[in-house]
Design a protein around this ligand. Structure first.
Ligand code: SF4
Length: 66
């Protein structure tokens, strides 16, 4: 199932885990992490899931299409 949407909910601690695991999708900002514009979710499917699994506050969410 392909990932069609990725987002980060509130309370990001800017720990850097997601950016380390998946730098083409996640970008740490001053107050939160953002999703990079134009990010290729298909090419980065594995690392998006890995980042979501490893986010210490479990705020990385994604949608998949059937
Ligand atoms: S892993 Fe989670 S808490 Fe850490 S920077 Fe990414 S979204 Fe924020």
């Amino acid at each position: 199932m392909a990932i069609t949407k990725v987002w980060v909910e509130d309370e990001c601690t800017i720990c850097g885990v997601c950016e380390d695991l998946c730098p083409e999708v996640f970008s740490m900002g001053e107050e939160t992490t953002t999703i990079m514009e134009g990010a290729d979710f298909e090419a980065n499917d594995d690392c998006i899931r890995e980042a979501a699994d490893n986010c210490p506050v479990e705020i990385i969410k994604f949608e998949v299409e059937d």
